[in-house]
Design a protein around this ligand. Structure first.
Ligand code: DGJ
Length: 725
């Protein structure tokens, strides 16, 4: 609900459990007054206290009143050059060379439906409303439109900003954040999700310290290293208690999330496109729209925030080609790498089919001169030596086994050893008079260029119409360097990083439009582009190249804070694990992978009869409980980052009548103690039968817990299926 209170000049956004408020003050400055648990529609600006603060300057309208300073007041969208020295949200370079933006309120508009953003991912669908606040810099002739989308049922508030040049001279946009959120307190913890290739989204929590702390990416993708989702919370907040805020950016390129703990113990979060090498020219009449950011505030801890993001992402962001259960898949990558022919693939597919697996995905190596990762990218035609008869012959044989057929592609890349590169060397990102920097021995195509995108889309279109393909894995295996485009003039090179992302989005949107039946999985060397932007186009993302069950506990734990299990690609692979050489039981690998979009990625023809039985049972179990994983509420029962003897989590159906509880132990010691697992999210008044055997009241399972058996050996696992009686 959006309320404009004329008497107070306040705009209040109510969701089911939260309230967000802004106020236009006596000078037309838009102040941020409150974001927290839902309250009645009062003017909350009384919370803003003023004092004469030395060295915090005062705008001219304030005369000699030294208690009014933009440097100390909580701003809704912070500016630059006019006396607020904290993190700016907007930075303009005007035609006269000044970097000044002074924004004053100029009006508002309310819409019944949630806004959309052209060419950019955004939450969508029913139940959303829009508020647009217009701010103006009269001297610069610039209008800034602040967009708010309010999804009351999800406690979700989205934000985006449109900057319009209404003057007669070109201006430069050097910084344009998607959101600014001021807090009149700084006793907060910042939580970020960081890591590296094959170890993405670790959980890092630290108290705000004075000054600016930030995470971000200048790699051209959202990156393995830092995720464009961050949290701020009360210092005593945990899973079930305490005020916490989550902020996600729906963007797949360079980003920055910066928090400043400022001098008077206030804090500011600014999130948006990273200002590094960002400069957009806005000619008279032109505008720039930022990516969307989404906020959730949970007065009751992390779990509440997670549930809001999960439901909103599932129901209002992802546009899924598959309604209902997704097919259990086998992916050829860790089974064969580049070394395969049709017969080897068929053997893998036959084994998979016999265990109930439903989709065969042919990964890298099927096209051009691609016998290793040094060649072939860009030549999207089938390698007839490996696959005589082409993809259709293979797909037909796979289909005859009762399985669907899926294919790997990496559209944004080109190998130097390819026909495409020989014909169009200038299509790769490169800078004049400089050598290329290779990444995984490949170069990046300039996706800001229409002719490059048109060519790739045309070639991939031929592939898709050549065979019965129902699934695509869209990979992206290197960061951007030599970011310079032959198609842009010198003063527009600062637009390239963003134009690249827009080009990727445009092509993904074309796939979505032209091949609505194809399920697309996103991937970037595993989870190097796991973000809300990609999820709008690719309803699931390969979570990490690390398939080791124990490392995955951490990766999937960090991922779970924002992103639902229905979006997390997770596969069982062989042991010793390819990446870290760890041995884990097959059962445990199944339990961990079942907490996502489930599949296998191993040479199934090399499994023993006993292992085949275990796999067939796992596939069957997933088919029985997939809806809990895909649609249930997710509860973290313990953290893999602490000292707990086990990592546990649960998926609970929305009606609380069913649950799937999973647990993995660490390493064992002699004479281990007996452990108890306290569950969450159950109905205290219902009685649950556990694995078809004993029954326990819900309140007992949550307060007293489930008595765990004694585990023998390292990395053991347990799965409990709970059914209300
Ligand atoms: C990186 C991906 O994350 C892997 O799953 C696999 O598809 C390889 N690329 C193929 O080159």
């Amino acid at each position: 609900m959006i309320i404009y209170n004329k008497a107070n000049n306040t705009f209040t956004l109510h969701t089911r459990n939260t309230t967000y408020q802004m106020k236009v003050d006596q000078y037309g400055v838009l102040l941020h007054t409150y974001y927290g648990a839902r309250v009645t529609d009062a003017d909350l600006s009384y919370l803003i206290r003023r004092a004469d603060r030395g060295f915090s300057p005062n705008p001219s309208e304030a005369g000699h009143c030294r208690t009014y300073s933009l440097d100390t007041l909580p701003q809704e969208y912070s500016t630059c050059g006019v006396g607020d020295f904290r993190l700016p949200s907007l930075e303009l370079e005007l035609a006269d060379g000044s970097h000044i933006a002074d924004l004053r309120y100029a009006g508002y508009e309310q819409r019944e439906r949630k806004y959309a953003l052209e060419g950019l991912p955004a939450f969508h669908g029913d139940g959303g409303e829009t508020l647009v606040l217009f701010l103006e810099d009269a001297a610069a002739h610039v209008t800034v439109e602040l967009y708010y989308g309010v999804f009351a049922d999800y406690d979700l508030i989205t934000r985006a900003v449109r900057i319009v040049n209404r003057g007669e001279e070109t201006i430069g946009l050097c910084r344009a954040a998607s959101l600014c959120l001021d807090f009149q307190r700084a006793d907060l913890d910042l939580i970020t999700f960081d890591g590296r290739h094959a170890m993405e989204r670790g959980f890092n929590r630290a108290a705000l310290r004075p000054g600016v702390q930030s995470v971000g990416s200048i790699r051209g993708t959202s990156s393995h290293q830092h995720n464009p989702f961050v949290m701020l919370c009360q210092q005593d907040a945990g899973e079930d208690h305490g005020l916490c805020y989550g902020a996600m950016l729906l963007y797949s390129g360079n980003f920055e999330a910066a928090v400043e703990r400022a001098q008077f113990e206030d804090a500011r979060l600014v999130m948006g496109i990273h200002p590094y090498h960002f400069r957009y020219n806005l000619a008279p009449g032109e505008s720039f729209t930022t990516p969307e950011a989404a906020l959730v505030c949970s007065p009751q801890g992390f779990a509440g925030m997670t549930h809001c993001f999960h439901r909103a992402i599932r129901e209002r962001l992802v546009r899924d080609a598959v309604v209902g259960r997704k097919p259990v898949l086998v992916n050829s990558w860790e089974a064969t790498y580049f070394d395969f022919d049709a017969e080897k693939l068929m053997k893998l597919a036959q084994e998979a089919a016999s265990m109930g697996i439903e989709l065969f995905v042919l990964d890298d190596g099927w096209f051009g001169k691609r016998s290793n990762d040094r060649g072939g990218l860009g030549d999207w035609w089938v390698n007839q030596e490996k696959l005589p008869g082409g993809l259709s012959a293979l797909a037909d044989r796979i289909n005859a086994l009762g399985m669907q057929f899926g294919l790997w592609i990496e559209p944004e890349m080109v190998s130097e050893d390819s026909q495409l590169y020989a014909e169009h060397p200038d299509w790769a990102l490169c800078a004049p008079n400089r050598a290329y920097t290779r990444g995984r021995s490949q170069l990046v195509l300039d996706f800001s260029r229409q002719e490059v995108r048109d060519y790739i889309y045309g070639e991939l279109g031929k592939v898709l119409s050549s065979a019965n393909i129902t699934y695509l894995k869209w990979d992206m295996n290197r960061s951007l360097s030599e970011v310079w485009s032959a198609a842009l003039p010198a003063d527009r090179q600062g637009e390239l990083y963003h134009r690249y992302v827009l080009g990727v989005y445009e092509m993904l949107e074309s796939f979505h439009r032209d091949y609505p039946h194809i399920l697309i999985e996103g991937c970037s060397g595993g989870g190097g582009r796991f973000d809300g932007g990609m999820l709008y186009y690719t309803p699931q993302i390969w979570c990490s190249d690390n398939t080791d069950a124990v490392d995955r506990l951490r990766i999937q734990y960090g991922t779970s804070f924002c992103y639902p299990a229905s979006t997390v690609g997770a596969h069982v692979s062989a042991v010793p694990n390819e990446i870290n050489h760890r041995m884990t039981p097959l059962e445990t690998r199944g339990v961990v992978a079942m907490s996502g979009v489930f599949g296998y990625e191993m040479d199934l023809s090399r499994t023993t009869a006993e292992e085949k039985e275990v796999i067939a049972r796992q596939v069957q179990r997933y088919k029985e409980c997939w809806d809990l994983v895909a649609e249930g509420d997710y509860y973290r029962l313990s953290s893999p980052f602490g000292d707990a003897a086990y990592t546990a989590w649960a998926h609970v159906s929305q009606d609380k009548r069913r649950a799937l509880v999973s647990l993995v132990t660490g390493t064992t010691c002699a004479a281990p103690p007996f452990l108890t697992l306290r569950l969450k999210g159950l109905d205290p008044h219902l009685c649950y039968r556990v694995n078809g055997e004993e029954s326990y009241p819900g309140d007992v399972l949550m307060a007293a817990g489930y008595a765990l058996p004694m585990f023998k050996g390292d990395y053991q696992s347990l799965q409990l299926c709970l059914e209300a009686e």
